[in-house]
Ligand binder design. Structure first.
Ligand code: PEP
Length: 251
């Protein structure tokens, strides 16, 4: 059966000492709690090695927020999937709307990144989601369906089985405006149906689909209670141990 997962996306926040302290705090809190889901933190590249050395990977998973679309070589400033894997990280967020919007990431770039992540043993947390104008125009299913198809449907069923999906309506990210639990469920069920049409029921039923967008302790329970919502990708609320644990304990 698919896993329930709560993953933090720290974005470009915290210095290395601050990040290590936060990771240790989350790790300790998880050890002392009854936890009914997998918990992951995705940190800036600079934090991966010291964070990996400071947490128990059995308790807390670790991921990067991006990786390069090339294997290695003359790409100044880039960080490859192999480099990420060599830090001890097990996951990588790919296709976050901020990367698509501000850094021009396309489906073609993302297919390269996904392939390299998988080749290096990393599990991609692949983000999809529509902008407000697309939702208002009634195009949200079409947009999200296309993002899943164009970004991932070149994969074999075996490789697709390693993907974690994160539905993040762009209008809900960092805005305080959460999708309602019904809106999230409707889209997650649509995504699962799209996966089923391509890879069959067993693969679709095993795919974890996380919700992201202003998820917090006060709304996590209602969102996670929906049958097709398998957890959350958490931005702002992952930067405070208490808030993050409040979301984790919604399961
Ligand atoms: C995110 O950026 O992945 C996210 C969900 O952000 P926030 O929780 O702050 O809306």
């Amino acid at each position: 059966m698919r896993k329930n997962i709560v993953a933090g996306n720290w974005k470009m926040n915290t210095t290395v000492p601050e990040g290590v302290a936060l990771a240790k705090e989350v790790n300790e809190a998880l050890k002392g709690a009854t936890v009914n889901c997998d918990v992951i933190i995705c940190t800036p590249f600079t934090h991966l090695v010291p964070v990996a050395q400071s947490i128990d990977s059995e308790v807390l998973g670790l991921g990067a927020e991006n990786c390069a679309d090339h294997e290695k070589g003359a790409y100044t400033g880039e960080v490859s999937a192999a480099m990420v894997a060599s830090t001890g990280a097990q996951y990588v967020i790919l296709g976050h709307s901020e990367r698509r919007q501000y850094y021009g990431e396309t489906a073609a770039t993302l297919r390269e990144k996904v392939a390299l992540a998988l080749a290096n043993g990393l599990k991609p947390i692949f983000c999809i989601g529509e902008v407000l104008e697309e939702r208002e125009a009634g195009k949200h299913f079409e947009v999200v369906g296309k993002q899943v198809e164009e970004g991932l449907f070149n994969l074999s069923a075996e490789d697709f089985g390693k993907i974690i999906l994160a539905y993040e309506p762009v209008w809900a990210i960092g805005t305080g405006k959460t999708a309602t639990a019904d809106q999230a469920e409707e889209m997650h069920a649509f995504i699962r149906g799209t996966v089923e049409k391509k890879y069959g029921k067993a693969v679709a039923e095993n795919t974890s689909i996380l919700y992201g967008g202003s998820c917090k302790p006060s709304n996590a329970k209602e969102l996670f209670a929906k049958p097709d919502v398998d957890g959350g990708l958490i931005g702002g609320a992952s930067l405070k141990c208490g808030d993050f644990m409040g979301i984790v304990s919604a399961f």
